[in-house]
Design a binder for this molecule. Structure first.
Ligand SMILES: NC(=O)c1ccc[n+]([C@@H]2O[C@H](COP(=O)([O-])OP(=O)(O)OC[C@H]3O[C@@H](n4cnc5c(N)ncnc54)[C@H](OP(=O)(O)O)[C@@H]3O)[C@@H](O)[C@H]2O)c1
Length: 320
């Protein structure tokens, strides 16, 4: 089968198209003929071994796939090993996949897994958003961000402030329902966030950039505000935060990693929210944003564009 393999750690250049044998059958797992693979920002970290979990060489990246089972069912799900997705065939656990409803595209189905579940948990589990609250979403035109903007509105946020780096991305976020959009490159991000919230601190910020952006988001919080940190796209750490500094303003700093949901409660924290997301996508209430689809052999270009902030929505590799 055709696949993309990483044999040494590094940037997008280490993603090499190769021919490999199909995965060996494993009892309890099924072989999926992959039509498309999801690309996540985490894959760019895995390629250089800077992800939260260490990688072992060689490996096929990619944790989410959509395709056809031997019985003809069109399903979408996580790969059994958490990798192996950038390939023509992948092993998946039947319990970890869902039937893709008619009318839901490969890109839309894939967007609901890592990115959809993350957006769901950031708002529900981590920030515990209440109706009427103000939510600022960093990288609001991206995979997670574009879904977080929509879910926050669907669940009754009082105001959603989209943060993005270009006018085109900000317009896109507004078209998804954001109430205001601000430039992530502002010299005073905390100030522009408060300004976009009628001069008040914001209740919730969903942040995944790291470095000075995290510092600014913490400074933008109002009383009882929650900053949820779930990524470090800039590959730069934020300033250390002494716990006592959170006392004035009664602020919370919260971390999130989807893997913990899978470990703690695969049914209640993965299968059930996924069912809700699939239902919302099938009914049209949630509109996953399809980004660029790259041929499998061009996985390198997909990673280059993701790292260069040149993508929006769900990036996929077309395989079958
Ligand atoms: N903790 C978890 O369980 C979990 C799960 C899923 C995703 N994540 C994290 O969530 C973030 C978004 O993931 P995604 O797959 O949906 O990607 P994405 O948002 O579609 O793409 C990344 C976006 O990050 C923004 N960004 C900010 N600073 C950047 C920088 N220095 N370099 C590159 N991009 C930068 C860019 O948007 P602008 O140009 O608008 O700034 C870029 O388009 C990633 O950091 C990812 O690791 C975490």
């Amino acid at each position: 089968m055709r696949a993309i393999q990483v044999s040494k750690f590094g940037g997008p250049e280490v993603l090499e198209p190769v021919e490999l044998p199909d995965p060996e059958p494993i009892p309890g797992l099924e072989l999926l003929s992959v039509t498309a693979s999801g690309v996540n920002y985490a894959d760019t970290h895995a390629a250089e071994n800077s992800y939260l979990s260490a990688q072992t060489l060689p490996f096929i990246p990619g944790a989410e796939v959509v395709g056809t089972l031997a019985d003809g069912r069109r399903v979408c799900g996580f790969t059994a090993s958490g990798g192996g997705g950038y390939a023509e065939r992948a092993l998946i656990a039947p319990a970890a996949c869902f039937d893709v409803p008619d009318g839901v595209s490969d890109a839309a189905a894939l967007s609901l897994l890592v990115q959809g579940l993350t957006a769901w948990h950031l708002l529900r589990t981590s920030a515990r958003m209440a109706p009427g609250e103000t939510v600022a979403v960093i990288a609001a035109a991206g995979g997670v961000g574009s879904l977080a903007v929509q879910l926050a509105k669907l669940w009754g946020a009082g105001r959603v402030i989209a943060v993005a780096s270009t006018p085109g991305k900000r317009d896109l976020a507004m078209s998804l329902g954001a109430d205001a959009a601000v430039d992530s490159g502002s010299d005073d991000l905390a100030g522009v966030l408060r300004e976009a919230n009628a001069g008040k601190g914001v209740d919730i910020v969903l942040e995944m950039t790291g470095g000075p952006t995290t510092d600014a988001c913490l400074a933008a919080l109002g009383a009882f505000g929650r900053l949820v940190v779930y990524g470090m796209a800039s590959r730069t750490a934020a300033m250390p935060v002494p716990p006592t500094s959170l006392m004035i303003g009664s602020k919370s700093l919260i971390g999130f990693w989807l893997v913990d949901c899978m470990k703690v409660d695969p049914v209640g924290m993965v299968a059930q929210p996924l069912r809700e997301l699939v239902g919302m996508a099938a009914s049209g209430a949630l509109k996953p944003l399809a980004g660029t689809a790259y041929p499998l052999a061009e996985a390198r270009r997909a990673h280059e564009d993701l790292r260069a902030r040149a993508t929006t929505g769900k990036v996929i590799l077309t395989v079958g």
